[in-house]
Write a protein that binds this ligand. Sequence first.
Ligand SMILES: Cc1cc2nc3c(=O)[nH]c(=O)nc-3n(C[C@H](O)[C@H](O)[C@H](O)COP(=O)(O)OP(=O)(O)OC[C@H]3O[C@@H](n4cnc5c(N)ncnc54)[C@H](O)[C@@H]3O)c2cc1C
Length: 440
Amino acid sequence: MKFFRNRGKGRKRGKRYDISYYCADAAMTALAGRRALTGNAETETVVIGGGLAGLSVALSLAERDRNVIVLEKNRIGWGASGRNGGMVSIGFSAFYDAIIRKVGIAHTQKLYGLANEGMARIRSRIRDYRIDCPVVDGVLETSWYEDPVEMKGYVDILNRHCGTKAEYWSPEKVRRHYETECYHDAAFIPEGFHINPLQYLHGVANAVELKGGRVYEGTDVIEIIRSPGGGHFTVRTPCGNVSARRVVIACGAYIEPGLNEDVSASNIPIRGYMMVTEPLSRGVMESAIRAPYAVYDNRHVPSYFRTLADGRILWGGKGGFFRDPADIEAMLTEDMLSVFPQLEGVRAEKAWAGSYGMATHAMPQIGELEPGLWYSAGHGCHGLATTAMAGELIARALVDNDIAWRAFSPYGLTSTGGTLGKIGAMLVYNSYMVRDRIAV
Ligand SMILES: Cc1cc2nc3c(=O)[nH]c(=O)nc-3n(C[C@H](O)[C@H](O)[C@H](O)COP(=O)(O)OP(=O)(O)OC[C@H]3O[C@@H](n4cnc5c(N)ncnc54)[C@H](O)[C@@H]3O)c2cc1C
């Protein structure tokens, strides 16, 4: 079934939008699509990409009364932002110890402080713009391995350096909430929460428009042309051009090399998989899951889940690079049953895949390529919070010449080494999955 028809004028949108369970939500189906750009337009800043990275920059600019246009090739939220797990948790895709090793403790604290502001910004936007997107508090990071010293040390580091009030959960406490032999102890992170990401994204886009920004869908940016004397850019699309003083590239994993070679060459597009089950009776649910938190484990390639208000389980895990598995539902059902065998017989109702962009260093990439040409990329699997953070940092830089974004300069655009590099990354990733299996 096609949930969204092209109700706007302009070029016909080619891609289906019922890509995830979130699109099947009644409120989402009621949302009309937006117009494609036709003819020429002028603005101060043009943002390319209508995912959370692009819309977050746009809202932070619109909140400062700046003119902004967002151009989205498909529908807003068509990419990773409308397909993800909806878990808003602390930090980054890079492990905290790798960050400390690279930039030291003081700088790590600064980075986590910025990411925590991103998390808080999501909460405040939901509240301030009355976005219809319930927030469920609490994220639990469970340990797949029996190593209480490690988990207690992790909780200690989170609280001392990362600005959390995390709690150590003993194996007994974990077992009271989750009936599985796979998890040992855990870190409970009360600052974390989970949401319907597509509902949140639509709320952000509506807020951009409320504040005077313009959002176009079905508008594929083909080229960014700098004027000969500098000073402004022309952003070319099939049915019109936008002239702007600044451009922000926010195309996630879906960036094509022709748009910008540097940003594209530093992107490893990683496939992630998700499914939702049918609604479970209370008894079946409580035979396995007796708490409302978002949960993930600490393997290199974790599985993660959360329960939804209508009694379903949303389950994600595995991952890949090139070709999707033939049957994502079967793969994820097997994964779920490996943790909760008592759920045998529970059916998956919808499964989907999506790509998120990752840098070789696994940290967000925020910066200026040349005067006026910015990027927000590489948000990895923590993009809900880090896109909100990056949007604010870029807007502060554009409006106030603020330099807080430079905290991410140690993690710039790094080449992935082309196809060979991506094959190398895939081999490393696969070796992680093998190590996860061996380390049980
Ligand atoms: C399965 C899965 C599960 C995940 N789970 C979580 C989670 O639980 N928590 C979390 O924090 N993060 C999670 N993530 C990661 C998170 O979704 C991403 O980091 C984040 O959404 C990236 O946002 P983005 O705007 O950079 O990219 P996208 O959301 O991919 O947006 C990029 C947009 O740019 C558009 N575009 C591309 N090229 C052009 C062009 N030339 N012209 C115009 N538009 C263009 C695309 O159509 C797309 O809509 C998950 C990701 C996946 C795939």
